[in-house]
Design a protein around this ligand. Structure first.
Ligand SMILES: [Fe+2]
Length: 203
């Protein structure tokens, strides 16, 4: 094809095996139980249908605080695959800067936001029916809406939507804005979000 699509935005989609998922599920269930016991799920964040261990102004790092080692290993593995696809070879290690559990109740949603100033962000879906709110990424290319340029191709679309699937992990640049659709079911959706920093190899 003579037309090439430049300036792409990478969004990684990976999945844990059922064995890996079971190990991670045990850890997260325990962390939720412990967090409820210690009131780590603080006040509802922004709106009452979302309960989270995220805290403004402080470091929330449920993966480190509760030693979720299986999940940390999975994040490291999938980040390596993501970096390989991006042809990143100058990083030697990865830190989980912060991480938090989100419990989205019926009618729960999240406004559009980004995760700056981190490098790479992600989400892991722990418990979901698949119908309790997709994550929707917004195109960073504002010119497509600001100017009149006709196109109907997936590569130039304004949004990219991913329905939640238990055991799925998504990774994306921290600057990429996204929102979460309304949970229109009567069940809770539980996910775990995280921010990563890649450490550069010494010169
Ligand atoms: Fe987010």
């Amino acid at each position: 094809m003579p037309t090439k699509f430049w300036f792409a935005t990478p969004i990684y989609k990976g999945a844990l095996s059922s064995e890996e998922q079971a190990l991670v599920a045990q850890e997260i269930d325990q962390a939720i139980q412990d967090s409820q016991a210690t009131a780590a799920f603080g006040m509802a964040w922004r709106e009452p249908a979302l309960s989270t261990t995220f805290k403004y102004g402080g470091q929330s790092n449920i993966i480190k605080e509760r030693n979720l080692r299986h999940l940390a290993n999975q994040i490291a593995k999938h980040t390596q695959l993501f970096c390989a696809e991006l042809k990143i070879d100058r990083y030697q290690s990865m830190d989980i800067e912060n991480s938090w559990i989100n419990v989205s109740k019926p009618n729960g949603f999240q406004f559009a936001h980004s995760h700056e100033p981190s490098m790479v962000s992600g989400v892991y879906y722990h418990k979901t029916s698949g119908k309790d709110g997709s994550i929707i990424f917004e195109s960073p290319n504002v010119y497509f809406t600001a100017y009149d340029f006709p196109n109907n191709s997936a590569e130039c679309s304004q949004t990219a939507e991913y329905a939640p699937i238990a055991g799925r992990i998504l990774l994306f640049p921290s600057w990429l804005r996204h929102l979460v659709d309304v949970n229109q079911t009567q069940e809770e959706r539980i996910s775990l979000s995280f921010n990563l920093r890649l450490r550069r190899k010494p010169d």
